[in-house]
Ligand binder design. Structure first.
Ligand SMILES: *Cc1c(COP(=O)(O)O)cnc(C)c1O
Length: 372
């Protein structure tokens, strides 16, 4: 059997007719930017997430960057202000902070959840701390009462990076509706993916939304008038039309991911492999949309090679932590042992709505027979 990590061809094929019809309609309309399809998707997605506003933009990194930039324009953030962020996030979360002249404060995750270790928030606080960038990494909701209380008590902005957790719920609300603002990526491989790059910002703050929209439109909200030095980052009509189709199936797709993840958690029994956080989400304490199904294994590279031999595609999220990247030499002396261990031991196994029951059983059988 051959099981790719993720076949985007199969993902698209599930709704190909509807997607093609939506794309054709845009092509024939002759209107390709800032039109009806984008407005419709923004409304659909705001309603889905449960926020007052949604602003489409070019990609997830731009969504994050525009939020921080807007808070700087509003005077709520200044150069050199500190933003608390999980040390094991994807680099884009951190790029959006440094791009704006702000200072990321890297906080270790917990090894049993792979999410931010809330008990370390207070010790990382300084008189320059102004915001927390909460990342729902791998699709697992990272929002807790503890985070809400911490931000409230310290008057910090709470910004969510929801690039991996579209549709995830906590206490009856969707991730992306908890903070002051949230960034979403529709990179093709995400749970809600476009046929190219796209992103969005959600918020209840209409003036923040207007500002983000202007900043993503050269700094202008009125033609040829430029109050800000902006950039060009807009969602295009074709992507918006595709996303409106795919949004209708997101909850169903996420339920299938949940089924597969539950099967993995109940049947993967190889003592060399741990499934971080499985107890919590299995008993419903935490919600999870399994953008990524991470396993930890001390001999990760051997496991990956073994699965490859058996026809099973895997990925590593991520092989090098941000503080060891070449672009951040200032952090090379930092020691973040939990983050470093995750980057050494993490392996992502296939978990998506295109998989058949037979494929899921095959993955489990093969993993359980791994020995080294
Ligand atoms: C994918 C991703 C981003 C960036 O989104 P793009 O659309 O690829 O720019 C940001 N943060 C996280 C956590 C991501 O996984």
């Amino acid at each position: 059997m051959r099981i790719p990590y993720l076949s985007l061809q199969k993902v698209t094929a599930q709704h190909q007719d509807e997607i093609e019809a939506a794309v054709k309609q845009v092509i024939e309309s002759g209107w390709y930017l800032q039109g009806e399809a984008t407005r419709r998707f923004e409304n659909d997605y705001a309603r889905f997430i449960g926020t007052q506003c949604c602003v489409g933009c070019g990609n997830g990194l731009d969504a994050l960057t525009l939020i921080f930039r807007a808070y700087k324009e509003l005077g709520k953030l200044r150069n050199g202000d500190e933003v608390i962020v999980p040390a094991n996030t994807y680099i884009a979360s951190i790029l959006s902070i440094t791009e704006n002249g702000l200072k990321p404060v890297l906080v270790e995750p917990r090894i049993d959840t792979l999410e931010l270790d809330y008990s370390q928030l207070e010790t990382h606080l300084s008189d320059r701390t102004r915001a927390v960038l909460l990342v729902h990494l791998y699709g697992r909701c990272a929002m807790t009462q503890q985070v809400a209380d911490f931000c409230h008590r310290r008057h910090l902005l709470l910004i969510e990076d929801n690039a991996q957790a579209h549709g995830c719920m906590y206490g009856g609300r969707r991730t992306g509706s908890f903070g002051d603002a949230a960034a979403h990526s529709f990179y093709p491989g995400k749970n809600l993916g476009a046929l190219g790059d796209a992103g969005a910002i959600t918020t209840d703050d209409a003036s923040l939304a207007d500002l983000c929209r202007a900043l993503g439109n050269y700094g202008s909200s009125r033609k040829y008038v430029f109050p800000y030095k902006g950039r060009n980052s807009r969602m295009d009509e074709i992507q918006a039309a595709v996303l409106s189709v795919k949004l209708r199936y997101l909850d169903t797709d996420n339920r299938r991911r949940w089924q597969i993840a539950t099967y993995y958690a109940q049947h993967i029994s190889n003592p060399k492999i741990t499934l971080p956080g499985a107890e919590a989400w299995m008993c419903g304490d935490v919600n999870h949309v399994f953008h990524i199904f991470p396993v930890l294994c001390a001999c990760r590279n051997e496991l990956q090679e073994y699965l490859k031999q058996k026809g099973i595609g895997t990925m590593i999220h991520y092989p090098i932590p941000p503080h060891q990247q070449e672009c951040y030499p200032e952090w090379h002396s930092l020691s973040l042992p939990i983050t470093e261990r995750i980057h050494r031991e993490e392996l992502s196994i296939p978990c998506n709505q295109t998989m058949t029951d037979e494929e899921v059983r095959y993955v489990v059988d093969v993993i359980n027979r791994f020995e080294k």
